[in-house]
Design a protein around this ligand. Structure first.
Ligand SMILES: [Zn+2]
Length: 484
């Protein structure tokens, strides 16, 4: 057990863009990513004098869905406030956010903890706010000549989810984010594939020392990297008898390091006050009307009960909405036969092959993948050939139209198992026995490794098309016959 001085404490503040069609306080479209700068703007989101905000009801509904799913208590009256500060991406010189009366408080999210089993990470609060605009640096931030500002993002609805400092490692922080992402996707309020749709501030400290805030981490992997860097940095300071300063640091994604922000951001006086243009928000009558869909934990348990998935497979498959849907589509054709092989092939093989190619699940043809699992399940091809067929299928997605079906690939590459073709296989076995007298003698002298060697030689000649179990049996049989 780790004692004082090494135990790590992590808390997260996660900003997620809600996937509404229009912005939080105006009718501008949120679908700005492929359009030119400052094309999704109006007097409201540009903060022009005299313009008045109108609250987007959908955004509040989405936020309440999240609050309910995360077991928070939704406050019957919440309030918007102005957070005043000057920065070029903030056209009004204040951000409309929620301060002392947030939408929801408390709640928790369950993750798979480092010590095994489910672990509850408590939440402090969830509040709604508007996204600021975006600065585009010409050149890079330090040496660029100038920066441009794009207000397309200004006014996009965000929720900020603040956790208690309940995580004990960067890995737990990653699991928290993954689970949060999955939950938001299941709720239909968030699109994780949109660039910049999630941003994280992480608080991290070593027990007994000051807390450091790392700001504006913009990727899931970045969170783990930033935390690992901070742990090493803070532990090194302590080892050298120095102290960790309480400060704000920025994560430099490209270099995988954090840098002191060198400003007194934490000492800012934001002069919060209630937003006079918006009335307090009363949601009492809405709460009961919010019906939640099946969430990741429930789906995981269902996969175990309905399809006989192992806990690990069920966790992996339900960890992303798309993946869970894909699995159920594949299995639908023949739940009894395909449930187990499909779980294994998706969780253990497909995901790895996709990651290796930097491909998304969208590029996998469900029908062809189902065909492949069928061939494996019926024993037409070996696992080794299955991987080969899968790789051909994935590689063809970008080069060949239309793609071959798995059956066509098996036929073209002559990958069907040779076991059915007993005569030919027996011939190869005899050949191998004749070519390796030493190994045959070793086998007769009771060296079991010799059998594996001989089987391996046959596998080589048949290019992995033989079923290893079947081949083993035939080899033993042949050796016995030769002896007789
Ligand atoms: Zn607007």
């Amino acid at each position: 057990m780790t004692g004082t001085g090494t135990q790590v404490i992590v808390g997260l503040e996660v900003h997620c863009q809600l996937d509404t069609r229009s912005k939080l306080f105006c009718g501008c479209s949120t679908d700005y990513r492929n359009d030119g700068p400052n094309t999704h703007v109006c007097p409201v989101c540009l903060g022009l004098p005299g313009s008045m905000p109108v609250l987007n009801k959908k955004a509040i509904e989405y936020a309440m869905r999240v609050a309910k799913a995360l077991n928070c208590s939704i406050l019957h009256e919440s309030e918007f406030s102005r957070k005043n500060y000057f920065y070029p991406d903030l056209d009004k010189a204040y951000q409309v956010t929620q301060y002392d009366k947030p939408l929801a408080e408390g709640g928790y999210l369950e993750i798979e903890g480092d010590e095994g089993g489910e672990k509850r990470v408590r939440l402090t609060r969830i509040h709604v706010e508007e996204d600021p605009g975006r600065l585009v640096h010409m050149g890079n931030a330090e040496r660029g000549k100038y920066s441009l500002v794009d207000y397309n993002r200004a006014g996009i609805p965000l929720i900020e989810i603040v956790s208690e400092p309940d995580m004990r490692s960067p890995k737990e922080a990653r699991k928290f984010l993954n689970k949060l992402r999955a939950t938001l996707e299941y709720l239909g309020v968030f699109d994780s594939e949109k660039e910049g749709s999630i941003r994280v501030d992480a608080n991290i400290s070593i027990v007994g020392s000051e807390r450091v805030e790392v700001k504006n981490i913009t990727s899931y992997k970045g969170v783990e990297k930033a935390l690992n860097f901070e742990i090493t940095r803070q532990k090194n300071l302590l080892r050298r008898g120095l102290k960790v300063d309480r400060e704000t640091r920025h994560f430099v994604e490209a270099r995988g390091i954090t840098q002191s922000a060198r400003s007194k951001e934490q000492e800012h006086d934001y002069r919060y006050f209630p937003e006079p243009d918006l009335r307090p928000l009363h949601v009492r009558s809405w709460v009961a009307g919010i019906v939640l869909p099946e969430l990741p934990d429930a789906r995981r348990e269902r996969f175990i009960a309905q399809y006989g998935c192992s806990l690990n497979h069920a966790r992996t498959l339900t960890g992303e909405l798309k993946l869970a849907n894909f699995y159920e589509k594949v299995v639908a054709a023949d739940p009894k036969g395909l449930a187990t092989p499909a779980a294994t092939w998706i969780a253990d093989t497909l995901i790895g092959e996709l990651n290796y190619r930097d491909m998304s699940l969208d590029s996998v043809d469900t029908r062809n993948f189902t065909g492949l699992v069928r061939l494996l399940n019926e024993g037409t091809i070996t696992d080794k050939s299955g991987v080969e067929v899968l790789r051909v299928m994935l590689d063809q997605r970008h080069t060949k139209v239309p793609c071959e079906t798995p059956e066509e690939i098996v036929a073209r590459l002559n990958l069907a198992k040779t076991a059915g073709d007993g005569g030919a296989l027996l011939g190869i076995i005899s050949e191998v026995i004749a070519e390796n007298p030493k190994a045959v003698e070793d086998y007769r002298n009771g060296k079991n490794g010799a059998l594996n060697f001989l089987v391996g030689q046959v596998m080589k000649k048949t290019r992995g098309r033989s079923d290893p179990g079947e081949l083993n049996r035939m080899m033993v049989e042949s050796l016995k016959n030769k002896e007789g």
